[in-house]
Design a protein around this ligand. Sequence first.
Ligand code: PGA
Length: 255
Amino acid sequence: MRPKIVAANWKMHKNFDEGMQLATKILQILHNPVKHTVQVILFPPCIYLDVISKLLPTSGAYVYVGAQNCHEQAFGAFTGEVSAPMLRSVGAKFALVGHSERREYFGEDSALLAQKVSTALIHGLRPIFCCGESKQIRAAGRQEHFVNKQLATGLFHLSATQLAQVIIAYEPVWAIGTGSMPTPAQVQVMHKYIRNTIAHQYGMGIAQNIPILYGGSCNAQNAPAFFACPDVDGGLIGKASLEAEAFVAIVNSLA
Ligand code: PGA
């Protein structure tokens, strides 16, 4: 049985006090039964990781923190950057890699993302590898081919043992922060395609155990329909994760 996961991508939102309030409120209202069935991962700005990780329940761990990004090198003269070992040392257990905003605004290409994935894994961070097509690619019906390439170039250098540590987030770029989104049926087609692509490369045993999350304008209203799809194992939530009740409602709809 693969784990169910709901992740909160705060992006560059919330000052420190607001972030603390949000994290505290989420932890307060997450219901106990959830902890046995769903893992919750918060991705705050990295300078809050240390403090927020210390708020997390220590027994029966089911809430984690992760980093929105990490550098492809473990250390060195890279002014302004933050490395996987640093993130790990302040409590991060996961890292987003290949979010479309990183690809688009920071020019992160496949070769760089492949390196980031490897570095994260070597230093004990589980990557959530994001993939997904643009509006133009969807309009041309080339979304499967496109995502296949993202997976092949970003992940398929990994050994089977390493790949088994990876979580995938399918996030069509045209659905991120836009309020428009694919239908649950379209999401299921893509998730199944992604699982089959992994199976083709690594075998069905591994593919069946990889969580594949949906992201892109997912909210408390539409989450139940996405989560009902057999190959959707949870969500990567942006805007709707900035409000504790809305985020916890999404978590509860997966539980
Ligand atoms: P959104 O963002 O939920 O605001 O569309 C999702 C994401 O970027 O991960």
